[in-house]
Write a protein that binds this ligand. Structure first.
Ligand code: KG4
Ligand code: ZN
Length: 338
């Protein structure tokens, strides 16, 4: 089965053609048009500008995805699209475009939850995870621990009670003068610093729960940076990046250990979302899994951030479960993790 998929929930316009046969998922093309340069001037995503940029880009991105895959529209069996969560105006561009295309070529339309899509990026691994497993989804907008019981049965067992981890990294990076989104640059700075230079509070909420809070740690780091600014002393960028990263990674490992004790891991731990590209998170969770003799899965780095191929993979499993869209499909900016 060949799927043409679309992703437009935030600041990337993406289209992809993917092939799903005999239990194997293959990417034939995955075009991502990033708006990062447009939003960088504002230090973050401007929703209104994002919607317009998606509208401008989506036809060309769709055409490019088809031509790079070597397929014609007639050879596509279904169309998948991110229906939520995300920015409503941004989502509506993808949803409306995909609806029109599906109607015009008489193919089924599959609505896909963006968070499920991030998890599904792992289905392109040569030895992919099979549910049940425990997913740690960490992105600019989401931080959740999700028990994936089947390909289409998700239960959120832990979540951030305030900011997402990616937001904490991006804000810290911004205050230290790095361009938006600073996550990847902060990752590189952390490799050069001393992770024990500063003791930042844990993001793991104490007690028998699997929840996180990043607002305290974020304020703590930003206050420290401002103190350096006021005193005129140079900000120890690398040490702050390394210490913040250590605190965040150890918070995740702490709650993963508790989830393991609670018997929630199943066939392994699966990382997902833009922040799963973080080298320190990948090695920290990898070390934990090795100690506990657990299998750990991480998407290829190019599939960690927002892209349509991940939507195609989840779309395939939603299609098999009979989850196709009605003609009145709408964007759902607050769609839950289920
Ligand atoms: O999944 P994503 O592309 O968009 C959302 O759904 O939010 O995630 C984007 C986030 C941004 O916060 C970005 O800074 C972060 O992922 N990110 C990283 C790294 N690469 C991207 N954070 C930490 N380390 C990285 N290497
Ligand atoms: Zn995302």
């Amino acid at each position: 089965m060949k799927i043409l998929s679309f992703e437009s929930s935030c600041d990337e316009t993406s289209a992809s053609v993917t092939l799903h046969e005999k239990g194997k998922n293959t990417i034939l093309s995955n075009i991502v048009a990033s708006q990062i340069d447009i939003h960088a001037a504002y230090g973050g995503v401007v929703p209104e500008i994002a919607s317009r940029a998606h509208t401008e880009a989506i036809s060309g991105v769709a055409r490019e995805a088809l031509s790079a895959s070597g397929c014609q529209l007639e050879g596509i069996d279904a169309i998948a699209v991110t229906a939520g969560p995300g920015l409503v105006g941004a989502l509506l561009v993808g949803v409306s475009f995909a609806k029109g295309l599906a109607a015009s070529c008489g193919r089924p339309l599959i609505p896909v939850n963006h968070i499920r899509g991030h998890v599904a990026a792992n289905y392109y691994l040569p030895d992919p995870p099979e549910p049940p497993f425990l997913a740690l989804v960490v992105s600019g907008g989401h931080t959740s621990l999700i028990r994936v019981r089947s390909y289409t049965d998700f239960e959120t067992v832990g979540r951030t009670r305030d900011d997402a981890a990616g937001e904490c990294f991006d804000k810290t990076a911004r205050v230290m003068g790095m361009p938006y989104p600073g996550g990847a640059m902060l990752d590189r700075a952390a490799s050069l610093g001393d992770p024990k230079a500063f003791d930042f509070p844990s993001a793991a909420i104490p007690g028998d729960n699997l929840d996180f809070s990043f607002s305290g740690i974020k304020t703590n780091v930003i206050n420290l940076i401002h103190k350096y600014g006021q005193s005129g002393a140079p900000v120890p960028v690398n040490d702050i990046a390394a210490s913040l990263t250590r605190a965040v990674v150890s918070s995740f490992v702490k709650k993963l250990a508790l989830a393991y004790e609670k018997g929630l891991v199943g066939n392994g731990i699966v990382l997902a979302g833009g922040v799963s590209a973080n080298s320190h998170l990948r090695s920290g969770v990898g070390d934990f899994a090795e100690k506990k003799r657990l299998r750990v899965y991480m998407p290829e780095k190019s599939l960690c951030g927002d892209n349509a191929a991940m939507i195609g993979a989840q779309g395939y499993y939603e299609f098999l479960a009979g989850n196709t869209a009605s003609p009145s499909l709408n964007a759902d900016p607050r769609m839950g993790d289920r």
